[in-house]
Design a protein around this ligand. Structure first.
Ligand code: GLN
Length: 233
């Protein structure tokens, strides 16, 4: 399945966040180290980020592999942001292969990435999904319900589809929210800011694994971790 990451803190270039670390999202697109489902993430990628003076995020997405995007690599060193969500995609069988199916999704205000899969037939009807991919329908549901209901929405969808994997990663420009439900997530807290990532982008021993079925909230004041429902039996 996909790999995603988010950053909240001092502005950093998109190259520093996505391309340059030794096990960056770029490397994870062809050689992930902890991926449980799928082996490469070559079905598209995307990055969304907030810029001063703009209420909504800017996005760059593509249906191509991240390693095949030299134009992005050339501008990424000069694009800087203090709130970023990025993802590389390994499409679930049967899902559309198109730019609009690549995370992060947005309602014009919030960014959301989904690492996992869900049976689309269990999701309540939604308006304005960006694609028919399961992740876009789930994103539209999260946008409808609001970020404060993220854990409740995941618990509800997880109960409706016990085989679902629901690692979500969201940002609104001032905070990050993430869930673990069936896949990996790590967190790195530094003096400059906090990173959340499906897997660490380097071997810094400060990376911590987030337990399964958790809600993580990152604000400029710090990080909180809350269990979602009961742990699996
Ligand atoms: N189900 C989503 C898709 O097909 C996400 C897949 C993933 O996490 N790899 O794009």
């Amino acid at each position: 399945m996909c790999r995603h990451l988010a950053w909240l803190g001092r502005p950093r270039s998109l190259a520093a966040l996505v391309l340059e670390p030794p096990s960056s999202l770029l490397v994870q697109s062809y050689a992930p180290r902890r991926q449980r489902y799928g082996t490469v993430n070559a079905d598209g990628w995307g990055v969304g980020f907030y810029a001063p003076g703009r209420p909504g995020p800017a996005r760059w997405r593509s249906a191509r592999p991240l390693w095949g995007d030299p134009s992005f690599a050339s501008v990424a060193p000069v694009l800087e942001s203090g709130c970023v969500v990025a993802a590389v995609r390994s499409a679930t069988v049967g899902m559309p292969l198109e730019e609009s199916a690549a995370a992060p999704f947005t309602d014009g205000r919030v960014l959301l990435s989904h690492n996992g899969r869900v049976d689309r037939s269990v999701l309540p009807p939604v308006r304005d999904a960006e694609s028919t991919v399961d992740s876009a329908l789930l994103a539209a549901l999260v946008f409808d319900r609001g970020l404060d209901a993220l854990a409740a929405t995941v618990a509800e969808v997880g109960a409706a589809d016990p085989a679902a994997r629901l690692n979500l990663l969201a940002a609104d420009g001032t905070r990050l929210l993430a869930t673990t439900w069936g896949d990996t997530l790590s967190v790195l807290v530094t003096a400059e800011g906090t990173a959340l990532a499906s897997e660490p982008w380097d071997d810094d021993p400060a990376w911590r694994d987030v337990p399964d079925r958790s809600l993580v909230e990152v604000t400029p004041d710090g990080l909180t971790l809350t269990p979602i429902g009961e742990p699996p039996a």
